[in-house]
Design a protein around this ligand. Structure first.
Ligand SMILES: Nc1ncnc2c1ncn2[C@@H]1O[C@H](COP(=O)(O)OP(=O)(O)OP(=O)(O)O)[C@@H](O)[C@H]1O
Ligand SMILES: [Mg+2]
Length: 241
């Protein structure tokens, strides 16, 4: 389960405070599939980074699986992420000096045995259709291929919680649909909690729940078409704020 309480993020820009997220209260059930939508600049990537413990809020707090992230040091958060959280970035963040296969191995080598890790990395790359691109470096891959390597990497540890920031943003419809199916399968079968930012409303409708941001606040929180998950009202609605 993921909870955010009174979560806020304010950057400073040219010496002035720039509030980007304000008063976000959320409870996301374990095994849920949640889509986060909203206009460009509304704070979606910022929210995902805070929920995943990649970044620290300037107000409020996040609890992941009972762990209050604000109680951890930077190193402890990194360790916690490596064990529990997968993240697919909007900008892929592949390591340029590593091949596709080596990139997928990065999180696996953090947690375990070499041969098993390699087999799993190979299987994941085949799964995303890159069986014949394993030894390519990121600069030798197309944008969509890089995105697929990033997905394979995020799946590698069988994370309990997977955050994906526009995972189909650079893909054609067919490849995008395959990726969404893989994400759904991970959610359904490995029971991974899935929180996905998307601009594609047909993708969002496959989620159990759709949370819309605008101007750094939750403006709607409703059931999606993808499942019978129980939808909780935003805590801010309950509090009448
Ligand atoms: N490090 C930073 N310093 C200052 N402002 C930032 C920083 N990171 C993001 N912002 C600002 O915060 C706002 C929200 O950014 P964010 O990346 O969360 O938006 P988004 O909803 O993911 O948009 P998009 O759909 O374009 O990816 C933007 O206006 C952005 O300019
Ligand atoms: Mg973004």
């Amino acid at each position: 389960m993921i909870t955010a309480e009174a979560l806020g993020k304010t950057y400073s820009s040219g010496g002035r405070p720039l509030p980007v997220l304000q008063g976000i209260d959320l409870v996301i059930d374990s095994e849920a599939f949640v889509a986060v939508v909203g206009p460009s600049g509304s704070g979606k990537t910022t929210l995902l980074g805070l929920l995943a413990g990649l970044d620290r809020p300037t107000a409020g707090r996040v609890t992941l699986d009972g762990q209050d992230l604000s109680a951890l040091t930077e190193d402890q958060r990194a360790e916690f992420r490596a064990r529990h959280v997968g993240f697919v970035f909007q900008t892929f963040h592949l390591l340029p000096t590593l091949t596709a296969l080596e990139n997928v191995l990065v999180p696996l080598e953090l947690v375990g045995g070499a041969r098993e890790a390699r087999n799993r990395a190979v299987a994941l790359l085949e799964r995303v259709g890159l069986g014949d691109r394993m030894d390519h470096f990121p600069a030798q891959l197309s944008g969509g291929e890089q995105q697929r390597v990033a997905l394979a990497r995020a799946f590698a540890n069988r994370p309990k919680i997977l955050f994906a920031d526009e995972p189909t943003g650079n893909l054609d419809q067919d490849t995008g649909a395959t990726i969404v199916e893989m994400l759904e399968e991970l959610n359904r079968e490995a029971r991974t909690t899935l929180v996905m930012v998307t601009h594609d409303l047909t993708v969002a409708e496959r989620a159990h729940r759709v949370i819309a941001l605008a101007g750094g606040r939750v403006v709607s929180d409703r059931e999606g078409g993808g499942g019978a998950a129980v939808v909780r009202p935003a805590a801010s609605d309950v509090a009448g704020r």
